[in-house]
Write a protein that binds this ligand. Structure first.
Ligand code: 2P0
Length: 367
């Protein structure tokens, strides 16, 4: 079994003075949700997600070896980086990156030898309420692994992706599901060979054609600041009265969705996915302190989707992240009718009528 120790970089055969890499990494949407974690970003239960295609972070990493004695004296014992968001310095993102570097230092001891410029942007609107931590941490982890590969060209592609996912997880749990593959499992599950709490793996079964190019239209109901940070949310699962049952349920739902992804049963898919979304929100409503993350329009949309599905038998369903926005999921072969329904009946509930059309994608890419 792979352990944390396997990700400690020991030898560099090459010396790299400076350079620039650029990677994009997508966001992902969980079908079975990660909610609750142990120390060191170990998930309390396994999760599975669709990788998105258009909602991405693009990050350019420039690096230069700290060479002069002044550099070393000033910053030799600490991480040295500048952070740009959409081309402008962004001080408020720096503590999160600093913490990320601290967490991964033991696995990437070469980081302190360089000064970095991290230049990052998202393809989706800023403060759209779409989590950028998953795509952001995944894109940064890919860049760091690119540097590691340059220092040690002997590392294999498998190791490269596994360690990128491992590092991304230490930045933000769900980020480990944004590295590689269109359906990704993170967290040990007895029926999924190779699954691990340490990194995400591609769902390895043959997936039914119903899920090819599956569509995700994200309805932006509330673009405001998150009411509860995910860190606080995960913390609320400690001593939560229903936590143990919830974690067991996630294991059962992962077994069930594994079969569904193989056999293409959309009716079962819908049951699992919608139940997972509502369970996630129920956990927030039944924690102490308690929160309601949906808005009135979230509920309006859910009811409209249920009515439309009942009347048309079109297999469209919803899922939610830890916020008010709604992800509308549906197969590609009902795209035209579903988009028409969204435009006619749902867009009115979105803030400024905003929504994003996305679909299943393949993971991070070098640019
Ligand atoms: C998920 N979410 O599975 C769940 C469902 C949101 C709702 O993972 O503290 O940003 O960085 O590990 O990954 C959001 O939490 O939390 C999340 P951290 P993360 O996608």
């Amino acid at each position: 079994m792979i352990s944390e120790k396997d990700f400690i970089s020991t030898s560099h055969s090459n010396t790299i003075e400076k350079g620039t890499y650029e990677w994009s990494a997508p966001s992902n949407i969980a079908l079975v949700k990660y909610w609750g974690k142990k120390d060191h970003q170990i998930p309390a239960n396994p999760s599975i997600s669709f990788t998105l295609n258009h909602c991405k972070t693009i990050t350019k990493l420039s690096f230069e070896k700290k060479s002069t004695s002044i550099d070393i004296n000033e910053t030799g014992n600490s991480f040295s980086f500048d952070l740009l968001f959409e081309g402008k310095p962004k001080e408020d993102f720096k503590p999160k990156i600093q913490k990320f570097f601290e967490r991964i230092e033991v696995y990437c001891p070469y980081l302190k030898e360089y000064h970095f410029t991290i230049d990052t942007q998202n393809t989706f609107p800023h403060s759209s309420g779409i989590a950028s931590s998953a795509s952001g941490m995944a894109a940064l982890a890919m860049n760091i692994m690119n540097l590691e590969k340059a220092l040690n060209p002997t590392i294999t592609d498998d190791y490269f992706h596994q360690k990128a996912s491992f590092l991304a997880r230490l930045g933000s749990g769900s980020a480990c599901r944004s590295i590689k593959g269109n359906i990704v499992v993170w967290g040990k599950h007895k029926e999924l060979d190779g699954s691990s709490d340490l990194f995400g793996i591609e769902f390895s079964s043959k997936v039914h054609s119903n899920f090819e190019n599956y569509q995700d239209t994200i309805l932006l109901v509330d673009k405001g600041e998150k009411q509860v940070s995910s860190t606080v949310g995960h913390d609320l699962m400690h001593n939560h009265p229903f936590a143990e049952q919830r974690f067991l349920q996630a294991h059962h739902n992962l077994s069930a969705i594994k079969s569904v992804l193989e056999n293409g049963n959309l009716e079962e898919f819908i049951k699992i996915v919608e139940s997972e979304a509502l369970t996630l929100h129920s956990m927030m409503m039944t924690s102490m302190p308690y929160f309601i993350l949906m808005k009135p329009n979230t509920l309006e949309i859910i009811n409209k989707i249920w009515k439309f599905r009942n009347e048309t038998k079109i297999p469209v369903c919803f899922t939610l992240d830890a916020g008010a926005n709604v992800h509308v999921l549906y197969p590609e072969n009902v795209r035209v009718e579903t988009l028409q329904f969204i435009k006619d009946e749902l867009v009115g509930y979105c803030q400024n009528g905003q929504y994003i059309c996305d679909e299943i994608g393949f993971g991070a890419q070098k640019l």
